[in-house]
Design a protein around this ligand. Structure first.
Ligand code: T4K
Length: 387
């Protein structure tokens, strides 16, 4: 207990002494939220699939351009319950280059993750390497649209249909994105989204599963509510993954502002690029013209030609009160909790990236002057100045 207390105090102190954090949740005007939650004091229905839950679910169904959607308490439970609702067994081919939630969801569902290396340019699963990992025990592929970089959907679907595998996309970074004009959530058997406070769109905590087969939805509905079928009947061994009404209300408010949110982020993204694009040793995302991006993250790779290591850039920014993040270091297959279970040398591109990447601060209200300042600090390490 006292250890956690200490960590909490440290975390608070660290946040207070930091001027710019890697992200900051967008909040609607306070009055708008208060207005949205007022009726909860009238009807006393504050969780368990209330009116706001239903409203947000139907609004998101249309915004995400999906046939079916099920709201969840967070992105992680969206992944876990999807794997369980599909009744998968054996092995799931996935990427180590992700937030730990993806791997945990597989392992906690009694499945074995088989790690596929990533493409060095898009950071998503290298589709050339998937087939060699398929065995008689493979039941699904779980790729991640990491940083909102959409996976090679066509190739993944081809492989999945050739070997009769399910495809579950971890779409936690790709809220609102489209690929070839269609919502990213409409691809694969299912796509799991996160509405965590740090995401482009949030409901404080929250998530959703967009899915193709209607039967999956029935099972997800049960699994997110303990498997309860009626007051005296429990059909499945479910969990509790329901979104409450206060969260749904936050989602309803934030959805009204989502277009401006993404537009502002795009502006920040382009400002960074105007300073850092073409700098020797810095690699930035090259946009795929088929994708409409949400600008959730700003990843920058610092290769050895840059002259300063990723850690040196991280430290230089920290000294100026700027928090960049090493998302995703260490990679999932090298984490302490999975020690000796996996061999990181089998995913060299993911390993290399995790040692060279930094995600720079990005959120809608980040001032362009701050972006300029961040770039100035970075370029100074190369003895350069902003133009
Ligand atoms: N799959 C993928 C690929 C994911 O990235 C994630 C989550 C999931 C699945 C699971 O979805 P959820 O179950 O979380 O819905 C953060 C987020 O907590 C996590 O949602 C996210 N991915 C991950 C990439 O980032 P941490 O541990 O880095 O968060 P934390 O607390 O350090 O916050 C990050 C920054 O945001 C800090 O600088 C402080 C700032 N912040 C944070 C919060 C919570 C604020 O300013 N205000 C806040 O309220 O994981």
């Amino acid at each position: 207990n006292s250890k956690w207390q200490l960590i909490k105090i440290r975390k608070k102190k660290c946040i207070m002494s930091t001027n710019v954090l890697v992200t900051r949740p967008s909040l609607p005007p306070m009055d708008e939220y208060i207005n949205e939650i007022k009726d909860l004091w009238e009807n006393y229905w504050i969780t368990n699939m209330g009116e706001k839950h239903q409203l947000l679910q139907s609004q998101l169904k249309s915004y995400l351009q999906t046939d079916h959607i099920e709201l969840m308490v967070n992105g992680h439970m969206s992944l876990e319950l999807t794997l369980q609702a599909m009744k998968l067994q054996g092995e799931v081919i996935t990427t180590p280059y992700t937030f730990v939630s993806t791997t945990h969801a597989i392992v906690r569902s009694g499945l074995t993750p088989i790690f596929c290396d990533i493409d060095p340019d898009t950071y998503t699963m290298d589709v050339e390497k998937i087939e060699s990992l398929i065995t008689d025990d493979t039941s699904a592929i779980l790729p991640v649209h990491v940083y909102g970089n959409v996976c090679n959907i066509e190739e993944i679907e081809k492989i999945a249909s050739k070997y009769d595998l399910k495809v579950i996309y971890d779409a936690c970074h790709s809220f609102g994105e489209t690929y070839k004009g269609k919502g990213v959530g409409s691809y694969g058997n299912a796509s799991c989204f996160s509405f965590h406070a740090t995401k482009v769109f949030h409901s404080i905590e929250g998530g959703a599963v967009c899915y193709r087969e209607p039967e999956l939805g029935k099972r997800l509905e049960y699994l997110k509510n303990f498997g309860i079928d009626g007051p005296e009947s429990v059909l499945y061994i479910g969990a509790n993954a329901k979104m409450n009404e206060f969260s749904a209300a936050m989602g309803i408010c934030n959805l009204r502002h989502i277009e401006q949110e993404i537009e502002k982020r795009k502006h920040i993204d382009h400002r960074y690029k105007s300073h850092l694009e073409g700098v020797k040793g810095i690699k930035l995302r090259q946009e795929d013209p088929n994708v409409l991006y949400n600008y959730a993250y700003f990843p920058a790779v610092f290769e050895s030609e840059f002259g300063a290591t990723r850690n040196e850039v991280f430290d230089a920014l920290a000294q100026e009160g700027i928090e960049a993040r090493k998302y995703f270091y260490p990679i999932a297959n090298s984490l302490e909790c999975y020690r000796r279970r996996f061999d990181v040398s089998e995913t060299p591109n993911a390993l290399h990236l995790s040692n060279h990447i930094l995600t720079l601060p990005i959120y809608s209200d980040l001032a362009v002057e701050e972006v300029d300042h961040i770039c100035e600090i970075i370029l100074k390490l190369q003895g350069k100045r902003l133009l």
